[in-house]
Ligand binder design. Structure first.
Ligand SMILES: Nc1nc2c(ncn2[C@@H]2O[C@H](COP(=O)(O)OP(=O)(O)OP(=O)(O)O)[C@@H](O)[C@H]2O)c(=O)[nH]1
Length: 387
């Protein structure tokens, strides 16, 4: 239930106890005065014992519970104002009751309308003074002081409980924020920053323990044109689908992130060149199978650059640059390709025989062109570019 719906429920027990214990102090003070009127007794009893329930039902019946609670709070202040002359302007109980009630309303979260409340307090004081015509008695008797103790104790317990609850809620929200900050909301892969942290750790482990780790950079081909032709909402659906498909191709200890725009990164842990290459091919094939329900003709492909961690990489940036170079080659080679950074310098068949066999097999069959039922798509995507 949202806070606005709960506010009167949260206020109810606090108002009930505060008014009852405050009313106790006023009653003790009244009992020590010579022949107080029945009307005064009735007012104190009704305001201390009946008002909190009336306030609750009032707020409960209203659609806007927060608004109703603000009105109730102004009436609370009016009542407290009335109690002060009834206690013969005795300073200690008057200040204590007003201060405690004002502090508690902050714990509840009702901080607005303090000016109206202050005004109501003054009106209550002036009105009740005019009605009661009290004899001034600034000092509180021993019994009045004693009767204040339950209210003060109750307030201390409530304040510490409330602070504890606030700290717990904050800790929970911080955790939720932290988790949310780690995930890219659109694609559900890791956010760039969090993925970068993971890559940094992986590179450190590689340098310290020679743990084989590889990095993939995946870029959707002609994504701008998908956006331009189908619109950004469809573009978002494609990004979502690509993110999901990448995740489905990975092992639990691999990590996929969104590098930005239509670029994704993947960290393949405990994966040498062959394994990373195979993962990249799997991702490429999986991306090619993506279909968007509203646009079944839409075909998606991705180019992927692969780079294994090397001792010469002093930072994740170096590693990314190596994979980025391979990605650039893949784009240049006609897109829908997987290229390893080593392929850029040495004989590909010598370094990645199995993986290349798979690439050969795939490239020997015609790649699925980006075909739309709409004729003008052909204008947008030249066949040479799409290969
Ligand atoms: N729908 C959508 N588009 C985005 C988002 N982020 C970036 N883009 C768009 O993604 C496109 C990225 O295009 P580029 O990578 O520059 O080029 P491309 O068309 O993919 O071409 P190649 O990469 O060379 O195949 C730009 O048009 C961006 O506006 C996003 O969150 N949603």
């Amino acid at each position: 239930m949202p806070v606005s719906k709960r506010i009167h429920r949260r206020t109810y027990p606090l108002r009930t106890s505060n008014m009852a214990l405050g009313g106790l102090v006023v009653s003790v003070s009244l009992a020590q005065q010579p022949s107080p009127s029945m009307a005064l007794w009735a007012f104190v009893i009704v305001s201390a014992l009946a008002w909190p329930h009336i306030a609750f039902f009032h707020a409960n019946r209203k659609r806007d519970h927060f608004q109703a609670e603000y009105v109730n709070r102004v009436i609370d202040a009016l009542i407290l104002g009335c109690w002060i002359p009834i206690m013969q302007w005795s300073i200690l109980p008057s200040l204590s009751i007003v201060a405690i009630c004002a502090a508690d309303r902050h714990y509840i979260g009702l901080k607005k309308r303090w000016l109206q409340s202050l005004l109501a307090l003054l009106i209550g004081m002036i009105g009740a003074h005019w009605w009661v015509q009290p004899t001034l008695n600034w000092a509180a008797s021993f019994w009045v002081q004693l009767s204040l103790l339950p209210l003060i104790l109750m307030h201390s317990v409530y304040a510490s409980w409330s602070s504890k609850r606030m700290i717990r809620t904050l800790a929970k929200q911080n955790l939720q924020l932290q988790v949310l900050g780690r995930i890219d909301p659109l694609t559900t892969v890791y956010s760039r920053d969090y993925w970068w942290q993971k890559a940094r750790t992986a590179l450190r482990n590689h340098r310290a323990a020679h743990e084989a780790t590889s990095l993939l950079i995946i870029d959707i081909d002609h994504f701008k044109q998908i956006n331009d032709f189908y619109g950004h909402i469809v573009g978002d659906s494609v990004l979502q689908a690509v993110g999901l498909n990448i995740r489905q191709c990975l092992r639990s200890h691999d990590a996929a992130g969104r590098y930005g725009g239509d670029e994704f990164t993947v960290l393949c842990k405990n994966a040498g060149v062959e394994v990373a290459y195979a993962v990249a091919l799997r991702i490429r094939d999986q991306v090619a199978r993506i279909r968007i329900r509203e646009h079944p003709e839409l075909r998606v492909s991705a180019s992927i650059g692969v780079a294994a961690a090397e001792a010469r990489f002093t930072s994740v940036k170096d590693w990314i640059e190596a994979a980025d170079g391979a990605l650039y080659k893949a784009k240049q080679a006609g897109r829908d390709q997987v290229i390893h950074s080593r392929d850029m310098h040495t004989s590909a068949s010598a370094t990645l025989p199995q993986a290349h066999a798979a690439v050969e097999q795939r490239t020997s069959t015609p790649a699925i062109p980006f075909i739309s039922k709409k004729d003008d798509v052909n204008d947008l995507f030249s066949q040479t570019e799409m290969r």
